[in-house]
Write a protein that binds this ligand. Structure first.
Ligand code: NAG
Ligand code: NAG
Length: 221
């Protein structure tokens, strides 16, 4: 079985992955994180203590880091996540953003955001885009420049540049910390027991080993 077909199988065998959390309502106009205090992590949220609002500046509410593409991976995808870590003004506002650039033929592999619905906007290019619902029904088509598509929270989605030029898409999320689980790495790169994976996918230990080498960052040479 080809790895491509195999990854497709993995997507179709996934069940609904819904999270019941949403970002809390803000109780202040804004909360620019104070680098002096760092992050406080709780079970559900990461809290960034605010600096005195009198110390906030216009620059805290402006982000210039998405004017250009990020660093391209071997597979031709470059992403620049925009969240309170690099754009402090977003903190507590329940939103975040991403810029993704795809070389010709490149893909954004199947993944999902446990805490956010995403609207994707094709700024340049032709991008096959879609998601799979909890009945394993796929909703997908090629989006042209200027079109947007919504990926409901927690559902697996994917994109591929099917045009003849590089593509740029922006995504906005209704959480400041949407989370991102890439299906291939979550399955084959996380350390799940081989025997379970062999039984789940009906593959030999050799085939599982091949997938692990491909998707486990710890096994990459
Ligand atoms: C915030 O800054 C203002 C102006 O400097 C000051 O009056 C106020 O006491 C500060 N608030 C806190 C909680 O430190
Ligand atoms: C791209 O890589 C450079 C050098 O490693 C790094 O300084 C920069 O922050 C990276 N850019 C992004 C958007 O990740």
């Amino acid at each position: 079985m080809s790895p491509k077909l195999f990854v497709l199988l993995v997507i179709f065998s996934l069940h609904c992955l819904l999270a019941l959390a949403s970002d809390p309502d803000p109780i202040q106009d804004f909360c620019i994180p104070n680098p002096k205090y760092g992050a406080i992590r709780t079970a559900r949220f990461t809290i960034l203590p605010c600096k005195n609002s009198s110390e906030a500046t216009t620059d805290d509410f402006v982000f210039s880091g998405i004017k250009t593409a990020g660093n391209f991976s071997e597979t031709g995808l470059a992403t620049v996540p925009v969240n309170p870590t690099n754009f402090p003004g977003l903190n507590t506002l329940g939103m975040s953003f991403v810029r993704a650039d795809l070389k010709v033929g490149a893909i954004n592999p199947p993944h999902f955001h446990p805490r956010a619905t995403e609207i994707t906007h094709v700024v340049h290019g032709s991008v096959y885009s879609g998601f799979v619902d909890s009945n394993n029904r796929v909703f997908a088509r090629v989006l042209e420049q200027g079109e947007v598509m919504v990926f409901p929270r927690g559902l697996v989605h994917f994109q591929m540049n099917v045009g003849e030029k590089p593509a740029t898409v922006f995504g906005s999320f209704n959480s400041q910390n949407p989370g991102n689980q890439k299906i291939p790495a979550a399955i084959f790169g996380s350390g799940i027991d081989d025997e379970l994976l062999e039984k789940a996918f009906g593959l030999s230990s050799k085939q599982i080993g091949m997938m692990k080498r491909k998707f486990d960052p710890k096994l990459e040479a």
